[in-house]
Design a binder for this molecule. Sequence first.
Ligand SMILES: Cc1cc2nc3c(=O)[nH]c(=O)nc-3n(C[C@H](O)[C@H](O)[C@H](O)COP(=O)(O)O)c2cc1C
Length: 182
Amino acid sequence: MDLVTGIKERRSIRKFQERQVPHQLLTEVVEVARFAPSWKNTQIARYIVVEDREKIAKLATAECTLGFTYNIRTMAAAPALVLLTYVTGRSGYEKDGSFTTPKEDRWEMFDAGIAAQTFCLAAYEKGLGTVIMGIFDENKVGEVVEIPEGQKIAAIIATGFPADKQTACPPRKDPDDLISFV
Ligand SMILES: Cc1cc2nc3c(=O)[nH]c(=O)nc-3n(C[C@H](O)[C@H](O)[C@H](O)COP(=O)(O)O)c2cc1C
């Protein structure tokens, strides 16, 4: 699959087949995702794959999703929920612990975002569907799944084999409305 086709055809997938995603396949996705660029190549993104049905059921609740029923439905039926976490205190920081730029530690989420899209594109190329979810309660999720010390959750990516062959593409803005030249 060429790069442009992958970028244009990847869609957010919210309905999955019941079958599990082989660990080998998920590892292959991360093998690709690890080539995402990051602040000074700090590579702060981590992927915690939740497959335990009891834990997924606890995540697919109003408590963990801030009451967003859309995400409750998506999570409940997903074979895997990938908690995309990041190691704190590196991206955006100087060695002495001070911030490099006025954006301070917001580069951590920037790196996590690049990692998330790279993960989703790599997954798509391997026949998997994904949806990045930002609407969740980090503290409540952390009560269900133990997050390693020094890491924070950037997003939850539901992952599995798509249930439907095609998913409609939400409209995109015209390039001329997005680009400007100075
Ligand atoms: C940072 C971020 C947070 C998102 N959060 C959610 C979410 O909580 N629930 C959801 O169903 N989709 C979520 N999405 C998916 C977007 O709705 C989706 O990417 C957008 O509508 C474009 O559709 P497409 O991905 O199929 O091109 C999120 C996407 C991003 C990038």
